[in-house]
Design a protein around this ligand. Structure first.
Ligand code: S3P
Length: 435
């Protein structure tokens, strides 16, 4: 991949309406369930990101016909639970942990063998968290010492298990539920810390009998998925960068229409409000079985907080953005109980701490979080380590720095938020490619 660097500079004010793209988690799941359903499903608002396109391409390689009538739209001719065709070609999930882990569960129940591969970052991410419980269901999946590639052996009879998640992970829960579609008997996942429930909600929407509540999901094998239409809400995790930007730039006022507000995703909204942010929700409604609303954010002086640990799973992807909000805040912010950040697209605690120190922030890394004291940012050079959310968070930091921030390695922003730069500049950012 060609290397792409950005330069972010202070902005005067931010104004306007920012329509962020479709939710990544919902887009992945809509593609997988449509592929396994009987009949034709129409997906609207599908995220045109590299991660979700990789999942669509994998399913095409497995024989699913997918049309793209227009950007953000997919028409999927489902092949039914047992209609996928095996391929000797490796299935490339790109940068997507969600793609690889959910597909591992889905492929464990097939009659054929498959190999799942990923990019450099995905190839360093832990996979035993899915392969071990899947093995307990009867699956056979080889890893390279716990890392990708994953070699999934087909033709293994699966049986349901009752599994308590040792780490909060919607990906692991979803992998087990997808394998559970193919298993004899009941699969039950217990979550000490509830995580996003899109797989559960969408299985129900596709007609699969499932019982779920926060902390527990249970289904049995042997049913069918019926094609259905899916409206994908705008991604709260993409809106997050604008919630922080609007909070920290004096005079800012931004509107973010039709953002998904599933309570398992909106921890950052609560965190920012605890810090004194001025964010309101208008036109709360339901769309495609998900709560959505328009978010309005206005500048406010933030103050530091001891972040309640209970919020961590509900904002697991928003910590890079929160760290920037914490430097704009008066006083100290303490984050604990977030060790999972170390195994995301990069080690997000280490990558953020290194970058923030390089631009003059006051941050101390801890094993499971950070201690951040608010203060001015000088500007300077940071490395995103190819992590999309870190690149976008430093673009936001550039709004409040005294000098420009040069951000290295930003191409992966296209995995989750194609068009970020144009949308950001459209509301007043001063962001451009560099070099
Ligand atoms: C996701 C779950 C989370 C999140 C990721 C998307 C999902 O990962 O970080 O961006 O769609 O299920 P974990 O399950 O590893 O917490």
């Amino acid at each position: 991949m060609t290397r792409l660097d950005w330069l972010s500079q202070p902005a005067r004010a931010l104004h306007g309406s920012v329509r962020v793209p479709g939710d990544k988690s919902v887009s992945h799941r809509s593609m997988m369930l449509s592929a396994l359903a009987e009949g034709r499903s129409h997906i609207r608002g599908f995220l045109e990101g590299e991660d979700t396109r990789a999942t669509a391409a994998v399913l095409q390689k497995l024989g699913v016909r997918i049309e793209t009538p227009s950007a953000g739209e997919r028409v999927v001719d489902g092949v039914g639970l047992h209609g996928l065709r095996g391929t000797a070609e490796a299935l490339d999930c790109g940068n997507a942990g969600t793609g690889m882990r959910l597909l591992a569960g889905l492929l464990a129940g097939q009659a054929f063998d498959s190999t799942l591969i990923g990019d450099e970052s995905l190839s360093r991410r832990p996979m035993r968290r899915v392969t071990e419980p899947l093995a307990a269901m009867g699956a056979r999946i080889d890893t390279q010492d716990g890392l990708p590639p994953l070699r999934v052996h087909g033709g293994q009879p699966l049986k349901g298990i009752r599994y308590t998640l040792p780490v909060a992970s919607a990906q692991v829960k979803s992998a087990l539920l997808l394998a559970g579609l193919y298993a004899q008997g009941e699969t039950e996942v217990i979550e000490p810390h509830p995580t996003r429930d899109y797989t559960e909600r969408m299985l129900a929407a596709f007609g699969w009998p499932i019982e779920f509540e926060p902390g527990r999901a249970r289904l049995s094998g042997g049913h069918r998925l019926r094609a259905t239409d899916v409206d994908v809400p705008a991604d709260f995790s993409s809106a997050a960068f604008f919630l922080v930007a609007g909070s920290i730039v004096p005079g800012a006022e931004l509107r973010l229409p039709a953002v998904g507000l599933n309570p398992r995703r909106t921890g950052l909204l609560q965190a920012l409000r605890l810090m004194g942010a001025d964010i309101t929700v208008e036109h709360e409604r339901e769309s495609g079985g998900e709560p959505v609303g328009d978010l309005i954010v206005r500048h406010a002086q933030l103050h530091g907080v001891e972040l309640p640990e209970a919020l961590v799973p509900d904002m697991i992807d928003e910590f890079p953005a929160l760290f920037i909000a914490a430097t704009a805040a008066k006083g100290r912010t303490v984050v604990r109980g977030a060790a999972e950040l170390r195994v995301k697209e990069s080690d997000r605690i280490a990558t953020m701490a290194a970058g923030m120190k390089a631009i003059g922030a006051n941050i101390e890394e801890t094993p499971d979080g950070a201690i951040i004291d608010g203060g001015a940012l000088r500007g300077g050079e940071v490395d995103s380590h190819g992590d999309h959310r870190i690149a976008m968070s430093f673009a936001v930091a550039g709004l409040m720095a005294q000098g420009p921030i040069r951000i290295a390695d930003c191409a992966n922003v296209a995995t989750s938020f194609p068009g970020f730069m144009e949308l950001a500049n459209g509301c007043g950012f001063e962001l451009r490619t560099d070099g």
